[in-house]
Design a binder for this molecule. Structure first.
Ligand code: PEP
Length: 253
């Protein structure tokens, strides 16, 4: 059975003091072991503070981006080793906001996936179609292409460490969630692509999160789908109680 993973993507929100209070709120509400992998992804500037708050707890730290080189003249960028220094375990890669606003292609995402793995970080690789692509009947082609290109030349052993997040762009920050059936259909498709790229063992091992307006009121039915193994949460992760309620919905005991 795949262990559920719930990650909060705080995006470009929270000053250091605000991040500390949000992380403390989550920590207090998650005092009891959940059996769920819980990850907080604050902005770079708050990583150290959140790292200190969650140290020694079940909560792990993630970043929202990383550069594909390990060091050098890349003004404004952050390397995998710098994230590991702050006790980051995870890194979100290829979020649709980065793909759409910062020109991140799947080829760039692929370089980042390799750099993250080499730097001992676990990548959360985001894929998902726009509304235009869905309306044009292109979901399968778009998602399969993103998965194949973002994960090109990754070995089976490496693949088992990677988490995929299916995030339909039209559901991110819009309050419009994919129905459990719509989400399950694409998650099953992604697992099928992994089966074709690797084998059934890898396809069954990889965790696939859903992301897109997941909140306490819809988390349980999404997480009950057979191929949905967790959530990548944006807006609802900015409220500790909402986030912890989603973690509770993911508990498998
Ligand atoms: C996200 O940006 O990863 C996300 C899922 O955002 P929201 O939950 O706000 O839709």
């Amino acid at each position: 059975m795949r262990k559920a993973i719930i990650a909060g993507n705080w995006k470009m929100n929270k000053t250091i003091a605000e991040a500390q209070s949000l992380a403390e709120g989550v920590k207090i509400d998650l005092a009891e072991e959940t059996g769920v992998d819980v990850v907080l992804c604050p902005p770079f500037t708050a990583l150290k503070t959140v790292s200190d708050v969650v140290s020694g707890t079940q909560i792990k730290l993630g970043a929202q981006n990383v550069h594909f080189e390990q060091s050098g003249a890349y003004t404004g960028e952050v390397s995998p080793a710098m994230l590991r220094d702050l006790y980051c375990h995870y890194v979100i890669l290829g979020h649709s906001e980065r793909r759409a606003m910062f020109g991140e292609s799947s080829a760039i995402v692929n370089r980042k996936v390799k750099a993250a793995l080499a730097g001992n970080l676990l990548p959360i690789v985001c894929v998902g179609e726009t509304l235009e692509e869905r309306d044009a009947g292109q979901v399968e082609t778009v998602v399969e292409t993103q998965v194949r290109e973002s994960l090109a030349d990754i070995s089976a052993e490496e693949m088992k460490k990677i988490i995929i997040a299916y995030e339909p762009v039209w559901a991110i920050g819009t309050g419009r969630t994919a129905s459990p059936e719509q989400a399950q259909e694409v998650h099953a498709l992604i697992r099928d692509v992994l089966r074709k790229m690797y084998d059934d063992g890898v396809a069954q091992a990889v965790r696939i999160q859903y992301g897109g307006s997941m909140k306490p009121s819809n988390a349980a039915e999404l997480l009950a789908q057979p191929d949905i193994d967790g959530g990548l949460i944006g807006g609802a992760a900015l409220d500790p109680h909402s986030f912890v309620q989603i973690v509770a919905a993911a508990r498998q005991d």
